[in-house]
Design a protein around this ligand. Structure first.
Ligand code: HEC
Length: 126
């Protein structure tokens, strides 16, 4: 059984809000399939709708124009494993969903990186 969920009002990085802490919620899986829908439900609360990130109770790095997204392996790793205050959202997604959201952030917000990653590559990175 996978455990880890984090999206609650308390994780919104609004100035003065409480710091984002992963909230455990057994059994939750993202149902969205497109990169855009996954981004808006799984990432936007912290990284903002325009990918600009936020600074408030915590530091949420910008994904917009972020050269670290050039290689798919890095965002894939962060989404699958989490990193410091970033939850391992990819544990709640299929390989296809992780690939979709990684490819979405690599091709939006001023990023134009290819080639796209695949579900197979995500599977190997898990
Ligand atoms: C609860 C808030 C939160 C959510 C939700 C979240 N992130 Fe993050 N993300 C962070 C934080 C905080 C960091 C910085 C981690 C660190 O300090 O290394 C981060 C870092 C990243 C990085 C690395 C950026 C860099 O410049 O090194 C990527 C890529 C990323 N997130 C993508 C995503 C994607 C894609 C999603 C949705 C699937 C997502 N994040 C959801 C908080 C979040």
């Amino acid at each position: 059984m996978r455990l880890v969920v984090f999206l609650t009002a308390a994780s919104l990085p609004i100035a003065g809000a409480v710091a984002a802490e992963p909230i455990l919620s057994p059994g939750f899986r993202f149902s969205e399939q497109t990169g855009e829908a996954l981004y808006s439900n799984a990432c936007q609360a912290c990284h903002m709708g325009n990918g600009e990130g936020a600074t408030g109770a915590g530091q949420y790095p910008a994904l917009a124009r972020n050269p670290k997204l050039e290689t798919a392996a890095y965002p894939t790793y962060v989404v699958l494993k989490g990193q410091k205050a970033m939850p391992a959202a990819g544990r709640l997604m299929t390989d296809e969903q992780v690939a979709a959201v990684v490819n979405y952030v690599r091709t939006h917000f001023g990023n134009d990186y290819g080639p796209p990653t695949t579900a197979e590559q995500v599977k190997q990175a898990r």
